[in-house]
Design a protein around this ligand. Structure first.
Ligand SMILES: *Cc1c(COP(=O)(O)O)cnc(C)c1O
Length: 400
């Protein structure tokens, strides 16, 4: 066997030394089980760290739509959207998504990661300026790096700091360059909501683009599930480019960008993560269309997950479980130390709950956390039992 060009073992050892090794667990069964239960490593756990907020991922109507579309169109798309891969289900889903979020046009992507790459690289390039929230999702940061634009990050959710940065830029020779502001709508690791109204005002004043990544808000927030913008009572057009994912509240897979006709056309013409990749399977688009129908037909799912969120917080308060300032289904319990967080996560698994330990670099140093997420698929009793288990795990001495 040839020796490795570079020893890998010390690199892995260093990751382990920092308690940052990531472990995969294999889900062996889900649909046959109740609610949010999954079979993992031969055991049953209640999943409290997924993003299936509305409990749609195993819905029989989605499964039926997927199977019927597969029988009609086949599984693979066989090519990119711009060659021969764009099908009727894609086209209809784009129209329905655009209507749902109140924009002229939507464009489908295989993943939210790729949608963010597309939006940022299509709208900004070398010499332009990108302003990102410090806690923006990794895909926005990677997109910023790939675009070759200058990247500055403003303090988390601090619209005043952003306004200050924009005012500074205006006085420089680069004032005519494109500026793009990007932020999560609902922050994935903290559960708080970006000050989109203020960001949109600043963007408009400085003629900057604003991209809101609403991966976690779509389907969950707002009176009719239209996401962070609806939650904040904002006109959809106040945000020029909206990114939404389909793999979270909608329970399927994929993502989309929405905006006015021309912006979307420009992204379609320019974005390499749109052009040079195979279109997602049509059966997935058909399943997402079913999810979108259920989402609109059954507002109880959204009400239910928010009701469970309130229940979780009230019980946690009673049991002295530390909470973050979040009123959304993302409820982080920040412990700080990566190893202590891992230990807590393991203990929860022993009690039958799957709650992932989220560690750097996913979150900033010394802010490792248990990221609890609620789903409409949970029962009251499961939430109560989770809080009791959390209280036990956190009260026990953290180190032997
Ligand atoms: C999940 C997520 C993405 C990526 O979406 P995928 O479809 O999973 O690639 C992007 N942004 C945020 C904020 C996310 O939480």
């Amino acid at each position: 066997m040839k020796p490795h060009p570079r020893a890998v073992e010390p690199l892995l050892a260093e990751i382990a030394r920092q308690s940052l090794t990531r472990l995969r667990r294999t889900v062996e069964e889900a649909c046959e089980l109740e609610g949010a239960e999954v079979a993992v490593d031969g055991r049953r756990l209640i999943n409290f760290c997924g993003n299936d907020y509305l409990g749609l991922s195993r819905h029989p109507e989605l499964i039926a739509a997927l199977c019927q579309a597969a029988a009609r169109y086949g599984v693979g798309s066989g090519a990119s959207h711009l060659v021969t891969g764009h099908g009727r289900e894609h086209e209809l889903l784009e129209e329905e998504l655009a209507r749902f979020v109140g924009r002229e046009r939507a464009l489908l992507f295989s993943t939210g990661y790729m949608a963010n790459l597309a939006a940022i690289t299509a709208l900004a390039g070398r010499g332009d300026l990108l302003l990102l929230d410090r806690l923006s999702h990794a895909s926005l940061i990677d997109a910023a790096l790939l675009s070759r634009a200058r990247l500055r990050r403003y303090p988390h959710a601090d619209a005043a700091a952003l306004a200050h940065m924009l005012a500074e830029v205006r006085c420089t020779p680069a004032a005519d360059r494109v500026t793009l502001i990007a932020t999560d709508g609902l922050f994935s690791m903290d559960g708080d909501v970006a000050p989109v109204a203020e960001l949109a005002r600043s963007a408009a004043r400085h003629r900057a683009w604003l991209l809101v990544d609403d991966a976690h808000g779509l389907g969950v927030l707002g009176a009719s599930g239209r996401g962070t913008l609806e939650h904040l009572s904002l006109d959809p057009t106040s945000v020029p480019v909206l990114m939404g994912t389909l793999g979270k509240a909608l329970g399927t897979f994929g993502a989309f960008l929405a905006g006015d006709r021309d912006v979307i056309e420009l992204i379609l013409q320019r974005a390499r993560s749109y052009i040079y990749t195979t279109a997602a399977p049509q059966p997935l688009a058909a399943a997402t269309r079913a999810a979108l129908r259920i989402l609109q037909r059954e507002p109880w799912r959204r009400e239910r997950v928010l009701e469970l969120t309130r229940r979780f917080r009230a019980a946690a308060l009673e049991h002295d479980v530390p909470l973050a300032a979040s009123s959304t289904p993302i409820q982080p319990i920040v412990l700080g130390d990566a190893e202590a967080t891992l230990t807590a996560s393991r203990r929860l698994a022993e009690s039958g709950f799957w709650v992932a330990a989220i560690r750097p670099p996913t979150v900033p140093r010394n802010t490792a956390r248990l990221r609890v997420t609620l789903s409409a698929a949970h029962t009251d009793a499961q939430v109560d039992a989770l809080v009791a288990a959390l209280a036990r795990c956190l009260a026990a001495p953290r180190r032997a």
